[in-house]
Design a protein around this ligand. Sequence first.
Ligand code: 13P
Length: 293
Amino acid sequence: MPLVNMKPVLREAMAKGYAVAAFNLLDFSTTKAMIKAAEELEAPVIVQVSAKTIKYFSHKEVFSWVATVAEDSPSPVVLHLDHCKDLEVIRKCAETGWTSVMIDASDQPFEKNLELSKRVQEIADKHGCGLEAELGQILGVEDDMVVTEEEGQHLTTPEDAVRFTSQLDLAAFAAAVGTAHGYYKGEPKVAFDLIKEINSQTHVPMALHGGTGLDEDTIRRCIAGGCAKINISTNLKHVFVESFTGFHRDNPKDFEPLHLIDAQYQACKALFKSKIAEFGGTGKAAEVLSKAA
Ligand code: 13P
């Protein structure tokens, strides 16, 4: 089926108390694996792409992969641009048919962040896309940009969150709530009460960044607080590399590339299925479609 807008998908997830898994694709094979995983679980899925990945491929190539696989799938699929600072890239994706975009101007002062987010809102509205915007800086490395603890994580305050989201019409709100991109060095310090407070005051589904390495209880509490989109990237990168190199290590004489590609595909699909199920997406495709249509 055609790609779907992220806004109704996440509103439905928040209302029903689960989160839609969002995975950062790496190539065609991972794209297909995430949509097939969703299909096998009758779940919605968000296929998202980092700005670095579309610089390597292109917004058109990526669109054609995702739209082609989604077209033959009964599962609702969102194609989302993750953390983007470049309005021209955002515009091109929206014009090409992507169904959600993220403006990340969180390194800017509040007013500038809001102004840029409003400009992207216009682009998103014009093309029928969902919009995600970020307030407060999330720790870790995203697209080679590093936000360290020394710089201090500026947790988003509920007051700022309300001031920001009330002037936008967001599909997803990314707030700094203690999670970080990449593997956690110690115990993650997730501010569960803050998530709940922000969500109860804004009523906007929250995007939980830094999903890799959070245990099931943490995920459960984040979803209960209002996180309706959970991002997984680092975990996938590791499974992608290790399944490929692991197959070669175990089968050093096998030079049939399709065997390696399939081992990698199956390992990635297993990861996607376990995360979709853990976040509560199993069996939700039909309900989502009735709301997103
Ligand atoms: P991880 O790399 O920690 O999984 O975070 C992904 C993410 O939030 C992408 O925006």
